[in-house]
Design a protein around this ligand. Structure first.
Ligand SMILES: [Zn+2]
Ligand SMILES: [Zn+2]
Length: 139
């Protein structure tokens, strides 16, 4: 049986499980992610039908753009998901996983919009905007 991955927001009001092997963690440095997160995003991604959600009544969805929405916990404010309209998968914040030992960094995107107050020096690939092989916003 595949390993079960579990995670939750800070207060536990939103929980999820997935048996999917999560995609490598993508660090997004775009302006929206930095505004919402206070720094940059670190998110993996799983197929919608492989994510079992509990407590979805505690999720507030913010329509950040006309192509995607951002979900966070209404009770504790934890960032949870990034969901592009019409896509069959969902980005899940890496920090939500109870045991993130299966997660590994993949690349940095939108580095052209990164904050001036930090450097990226982990050796992972960097993309000025989106990476060709991930479905993310155009801006
Ligand atoms: Zn919460
Ligand atoms: Zn972003």
């Amino acid at each position: 049986m595949d390993k079960l991955h579990q995670g939750s927001c800070l207060c536990g009001g939103v929980r999820f499980t997935t048996t999917a092997q999560p995609r490598g963690v993508v660090y997004c440095h775009c302006r929206q992610c930095r505004k919402q997160a206070g720094h940059f995003y670190a998110a993996t991604n799983v197929a919608d039908d492989q994510l079992e959600l509990h407590g979805s009544e505690n999720i507030t969805w913010y329509a950040a753009s006309d192509f995607a929405r951002r979900g966070f916990c209404s009770r504790c404010g934890s960032l949870l998901f990034w969901k592009a309209h019409g896509q069959p998968d969902i980005s899940v914040m890496a920090g939500l996983f109870d045991d993130p030992s299966d997660l590994a960094g993949a690349c940095h995107i939108f580095v052209g919009q990164k904050g001036a107050y930090y450097e990226i020096d982990d050796g992972l690939p960097q993309f000025e905007r989106s990476s060709p092989d991930i479905a993310v916003a155009q801006d």
